[in-house]
Design a protein around this ligand. Sequence first.
Ligand code: ZN
Length: 262
Amino acid sequence: MFEAFRKWRRNRILANSAIPDELWRGALEALPFLAIYTEPELARLRERVVLFLSDKSIVPASGFEVTPLMRAMIAIQACVLVLNLDHRFYDGWENVIVYPDEFIANLEYEDDAGVVHRREEPLAGEAMPGGPVVLSWPDVEASADWSATGMNLVIHEFAHKIDMKNGEANGFPPLPPEMPRRGWQRTMAEAYAEFHRRVEKGEDTAIDPYAAESPAEFFAVLSEVFFADPTLLRAEYPKVYELFTQFYRQDPASRAELLLEQ
Ligand SMILES: [Zn+2]
């Protein structure tokens, strides 16, 4: 019964909240990394985006105005991660807050001696456990084209959200039953240790050195690379790439190659 109701509700939303063609095309053009997706995949992505927008509120902060194009661009990038995953990955929170610029976050942390420090730091994005995803629009816009900045802010923050689905962000998202936990742990820990060493040595890395910050950041940054520059991740960390194809149920590098052959 519930399943039937869910289907009915889903179809109703898809029928009533469709994204106009022009807006959809404009958003895709602004996100060049999506060029590797096939028409049927993009059609499925579009459905996901409609459902996402009906489920979540994308709200402005500080007198900012969020245009339909901004909403579509944010939703598309959020939905790319879960295109082949259970829609419930993003359950349990409601808002995406968009700032006109970097925003100040009040960070509180305890040092080894147990002293609590407060630090105010301007941030481009933040994902809060059980709470909103916060984004600075200029940073979303700048990182929409991976080739320009080598980063993708929206994918980064939503990878944290996926990671947080089973507790705090630690680089260990909930795995499907067919993926052994030990394999994930070993592959990610080995790659993280290796990357961390390279960054410590001051090596110039093709992947954003911010990934060496913690296992949680490693997962989020490598998720960005997986979607926005998949052949780079496959070349740098083939085992992680393989693991991500199983986890996200996508193989973007092979599609990127097909596109190059055409
Ligand atoms: Zn992060």
